[in-house]
Design a binder for this molecule. Structure first.
Ligand SMILES: *Cc1c(COP(=O)(O)O)cnc(C)c1O
Length: 362
């Protein structure tokens, strides 16, 4: 019951044991193309360019910054916790002037405030986290994308903890870039950076009047490779992670077979079951508002302000693996439950039983 890496399905692991193929092999190019197509399908990003490269979610976030953003223009980060702060720090480390709107724990972003802040400076982009895994907050990306667009700013979204468990409607919401990694709600092995780019983002990449400060993370160098793959041709910038693509393709096929809508609904039901059980035991979720609770991650206050590490080790002794909090302000008094990927309602019940035992017997 951790927030990742999620346990891949046996079929995913089995497929990964197949021998490596030469990069120029038609079968390998077709496998890569299938991953690109399925990723678009999962995010309802039918006109977007999908970019799948070796890396992690963090690398995907940094890549988008150094590839798409002009180092001489300010950016606005919305941070509701650890991952929002990470994105702000990535920008600042790479030399960008990044202002930050900080959302308090369990609070909602004030959209009027966002609108006002965007009027103050010509921000080139708004950077937002779809699901903040340090609090379990689901952010209204659609509303933020709309406000960003009105101010002529790009909307870039960290969807690492969301894609595969939440509704993502890339094209309709008007998102410019959406980043994910395989080991969370997609339940494939870690090691890939997944990015979706809108037509607007591709134009911005093609028309840069500045030089990217990174060579290996520059998405502009990957664009022709992804186009080649889509057309069934070989393209090279860096060696693709072959077995990881095989695993990702199997995991995405399982998702599509389940149905993208059905999968989100399954996670919503798991979340409801968990929250109903937690309420019965008297354990509170950090996010009160049901409409803002993430489907795949729940962060709770420890009962009786108990120390989180102690609670987590007690649960582990019973056989349930959860994690201590990561939000810098509440790490000691919160713990995280992951219900991503292949977690079942039975797993939810086992977790609730374990928590119940601890509450009853101290
Ligand atoms: C896990 C996570 C990341 C980082 O992903 P890595 O693949 O570990 O780099 C980024 N953002 C969010 C919201 C996450 O939950």
């Amino acid at each position: 019951m951790i927030v990742g890496p999620a346990q891949p399905a046996p079929l995913v692991l089995a497929r990964m044991s197949e021998p490596a193929q030469p990069l120029t092999d038609q079968a390998f190019i077709a496998l890569h193309a299938r991953c690109l197509r399925l990723l678009r399908q999962l995010a309802h990003a039918h006109e977007a360019l999908a970019v799948i490269v070796p890396g992690t979610g963090t690398i995907a976030l940094e890549s988008i910054v150094v590839s798409l953003l002009d180092p001489d223009r300010p950016v606005l980060v919305i941070s509701a916790g650890w991952w929002g702060d990470t994105w702000r720090d990535i920008c600042r480390t790479c030399g960008y002037a990044a202002d930050c709107i900080t959302v308090g724990i369990g609070d909602n972003l004030d959209l009027a405030q966002l609108d006002a802040v965007l009027s103050e400076k010509p921000y080139q982009a708004v950077l937002v986290t779809h699901v903040e895994s340090s609090t379990g907050l689901l952010t209204d990306v659609r509303a933020i994308a709309e406000i960003a667009r009105r101010h002529g700013a790009l909307c870039l979204v960290d969807g690492v903890a969301a894609l595969g468990a939440e509704t993502v409607d890339f094209s309709t919401w008007g998102i410019d870039a959406y980043m994910a990694s395989p080991q969370k709600a997609i339940a494939a092995p870690a090691g890939l950076a997944l990015t979706l780019l809108s037509h607007g983002a591709l134009l911005a990449l093609a028309n840069r009047s500045w030089h990217s400060r990174s060579y290996s993370l520059d998405l502009a160098r990957w664009v022709p490779v992804m186009h080649a793959v889509e057309e069934g041709r070989f393209g090279y910038f860096q060696t693709p992670a072959g077995s990881l693509l095989t695993g990702l393709s199997a995991a995405l096929e399982l998702i599509v077979r389940e149905g993208t809508k059905e999968r989100v609904e399954r996670h919503r039901q798991l979340r409801r079951r968990l929250h109903a059980g937690l309420a019965e035991i008297g354990i509170r979720s950090v996010v009160d508002d049901e409409s803002r609770q993430a489907n795949g991650i729940t962060v709770c206050w420890t009962p009786d302000e108990r120390n989180a590490s102690r609670l987590v080790s007690m649960l582990e002794r019973i056989g349930v693996l959860v994690q201590v909090g990561t939000h810098p302000k509440v790490a000691e008094t919160s713990f995280r439950i992951g219900h991503l990927g292949n977690v079942s309602s039975c797993d939810i019940d086992t977790t609730l039983d374990a928590l119940c035992q601890i509450r009853r017997h101290g």
